[in-house]
Design a protein around this ligand. Structure first.
Ligand SMILES: [Fe+2]
Length: 155
């Protein structure tokens, strides 16, 4: 059997980065739907539909992140218990209703995740795992766009 040709150090760096980003990404995917369901305001349908698009994009990148962890020989920790224990995103306020409040909460969390992903690009690329850095670059590109759209609606 032939594994991916990477140093043990590169694998460790990549798995650690990917695992943390996986937890954050699943958290963000869940709370994107939470906002999609609960926000209220005059732009409801635009925001409701925009957030469904974000969720679809997130699901694709979360999947690529998890599959890369397994390609590197580790277990992708995708249970809700593992995610709750590991996510670095701030707890989502549970009383939000107004669309402006949801947009502000989302912007904070999309910015936090894209910051972590950008750090991950540097760490994994620096360790010699260009493929993981590329996967994370695609994730960051998607998150940058989502953050732009959220901030454009926030005014
Ligand atoms: Fe829906």
């Amino acid at each position: 059997m032939h594994g991916i040709n990477l140093s043990a150090n590169a694998r460790t760096v990549s798995v650690d980065c990917l695992q943390a980003i996986l937890a954050d990404g699943i958290d963000l995917a869940l709370l994107t739907k939470h906002a999609h369901w609960n926000l209220k305001g005059s732009r409801f349908i635009a925001l409701h539909e925009m957030l469904d698009g974000f969720r679809s994009d997130l699901d694709g990148h979360v999947d690529a992140t998890a599959e890369r962890i397994v390609q590197l020989g580790a277990v992708a920790e995708g249970s809700v218990q593992a995610v709750a224990a590991s996510t670095r995103l701030p707890v989502y306020p549970d009383a939000l209703r107004a669309e402006e409040d949801h947009l502000a909460a989302l912007a904070e969390r999309y910015a936090a995740l894209v910051g972590a992903v950008r750090e991950g690009i540097d760490q994994t690329g620096g360790a010699g795992d260009a493929v993981t850095a590329d996967i994370l670059t695609g994730f960051a590109r998607s998150l940058d766009k989502a953050l732009w759209l959220v901030e454009a609606h926030a005014g």
